[in-house]
Design a protein around this ligand. Structure first.
Ligand SMILES: Nc1nc2c(ncn2[C@@H]2O[C@H](COP(=O)(O)OP(=O)(O)OP(=O)(O)O)[C@@H](O)[C@H]2O)c(=O)[nH]1
Ligand SMILES: [Mg+2]
Length: 467
């Protein structure tokens, strides 16, 4: 007997491979019936009198196949709609984490008339049922793929609706302005009295443009927090670059000797600076080449410098600034940088003052890489240089628009500048209404109110199976 539940879906929700437990998830109107068919609870008396499962309770028992053979000992839970991930009836079976067992149980579930879920289909159903908006669905992917605790925090903030709420506030402000414009359309004789340009301009700026610009700034910071940055350590030979790498890593990773030209190839390691992934690259000291191998290393160092998001420019504070330091420094152009005065343990104060005034307003840190002095300050300087000012920190952590959001936010901003333009020129209400509606449509796209099926398909296909 097949169940008549073509839209009930099922998938293995845990990662492939061997694990302690595996979870199989079923969602749809037949979830309870499937569980009743396959799962035999150890204590039947804990079920309802009619044999159905009390909602949101965990049961111990066995899963059996069509012939009554026990496949595994499991825990099972039935969750009645709407208090579930998808807002449909959901059942989950926690079995042993053998891939074969999970496959066998899934095969039985599919054999009674459910369909194999597509990647992201559970989350897609949560979105289509209106339990979450599109930004929250995207946050689920971000959370699963996060590479740093900073990325996790961002994803959780977005999952909790932080981005959605900001977009909703901007939409509210737009709707308020549009209402005034529509009033003017309804009473054309009073148009000039109703459309007070100064007041409307103020509303556009404060309620729409400023929050949009903030979100765009957060998008750039969010990219850094999610994906991290490349920071390359450069300087003359023997200034202590490898010693700094080792200190930042807290590991003797790179060779350190008193011989200039020790590091030949580049060395790359990942560190976390306050939750931001930083790909740290130690390079060969840059000087006129001594031999062919070193020359290659120096070439590579220059190349890494060009690709880096941040340069840690190291000088030997006990030697002061050489001509070569100056010309290397000049080649940084407008790249983000932190200047490190190393070996302060043997530097004299006169030289330090000279260095200080040469680099002026640039972020400077004094270190003694040999003993670890100044490393905490260096980490802080790196963080400040890539992330920015302290007061923005809370804003940043709470949400970060992704590239899709960013592109739409930019379009919204264009529509707003057209509104501004029209207001400044004393333009007609119907033109204002067109641009205001365009801005509203764009924002609706971010949260998924008007997003086309093709785009939704692409978005949800980025998920893994069972999510
Ligand atoms: N006194 C003192 N010596 C240091 C300090 N940092 C590094 N050194 C010494 O300076 C020498 C060079 O250090 P490295 O870390 O190998 O320098 P590097 O810049 O990587 O050198 P190359 O790879 O040759 O370009 C070693 O003898 C270190 O022990 C410091 O803060 N104080
Ligand atoms: Mg080195």
């Amino acid at each position: 007997m097949l169940l008549t539940a073509d839209e009930t879906i099922a998938a293995i929700a845990t990662a492939p491979g061997i694990g302690g437990i595996g979870v199989i998830r079923i969602s749809g109107s037949a979830a309870a019936a499937v569980l009743q068919r396959l799962f035999v609870p150890h204590r039947r008396e804990s079920l309802h009198a009619d044999g159905s499962f009390p909602s949101h309770r965990l049961f111990y028992g066995t899963v059996r196949d069509r012939h009554g053979t026990v496949l595994d000992e499991v825990m099972a839970v039935f969750m009645r709609a709407p208090h579930t991930y998808t807002r449909e009836d959901v059942a989950e079976i926690q079995c042993h984490g053998s891939y074969l067992v999970q496959q066998a149980i899934l095969a039985e579930i599919l054999a009674v008339g459910t369909r194999a879920a597509e990647p992201g289909e559970f989350t897609k159903r949560a979105f289509l049922a209106g339990r979450i908006d599109l930004t929250q669905a995207e946050a689920v992917i971000d959370l699963l793929q996060a590479q740093s605790m900073g990325g996790v925090e961002l994803a959780v903030g977005q999952l909790r609706g932080q981005l959605y709420q900001r977009i909703a506030a901007i939409r509210d402000a737009l709707v308020e302005i549009l209402a005034i414009v529509e009033l003017a359309l309804d009473f054309p004789d009073d148009e000039t009295d109703i459309l007070v340009a100064d007041r409307l301009l103020g509303q556009v700026q404060e309620g729409v443009e400023q929050p949009l610009l903030l979100l765009l700034a957060l998008a750039d910071q969010g990219r850094v927090i999610r994906e991290g940055i490349k920071a390359v350590i450069v300087g003359q030979p023997n200034v202590g670059k490898s010693s700094l790498l080792n200190q930042l890593l807290q590991e003797e990773r790179a060779l350190v000797t008193e011989i200039p030209g020790t590091t030949r190839d580049t060395i790359e390691e990942l560190i976390s600076v306050q939750g931001v992934p930083v790909h740290l690259i130690d390079t060969a000291g840059i000087r006129e080449h001594e031999d062919a191998v070193e020359e290659l290393g120096i070439e590579r160092a220059r190349q890494k410098m060009q690709e880096a998001d941040l340069v840690l420019f190291v000088v030997d504070a006990s030697q002061g600034l050489s001509e070569r330091d100056r010309s290397l420094y000049a080649s940084l152009d407008d790249r983000k940088r932190v200047v490190v005065f190393n070996k302060i343990d043997i530097a004299d104060t006169g030289l330090l003052q000279e260095l200080n005034s040469f680099f002026g307003a640039v972020s400077q840190v004094q270190t003694a890489a040999k003993s670890g002095v100044g490393i905490a300050e260096l980490r802080e300087a790196v963080y400040q240089t890539i992330i920015g000012e302290e007061e923005e920190v809370n804003e940043r952590i709470s949400c970060a628009p992704n590239l899709r959001h960013k592109m739409i936010l930019e379009k919204t901003l264009v529509a707003c500048s057209q509104v501004r333009q029209t207001l400044l020129l004393g333009g007609p209400a119907d033109l204002l209404a067109v641009d205001l509606r365009a801005a509203l449509d764009h924002l609706a796209d971010i949260v998924g109110l008007t997003t086309s099926d093709d785009i939704l398909d692409v978005l949800f296909s980025r998920f893994c199976l069972g999510k």
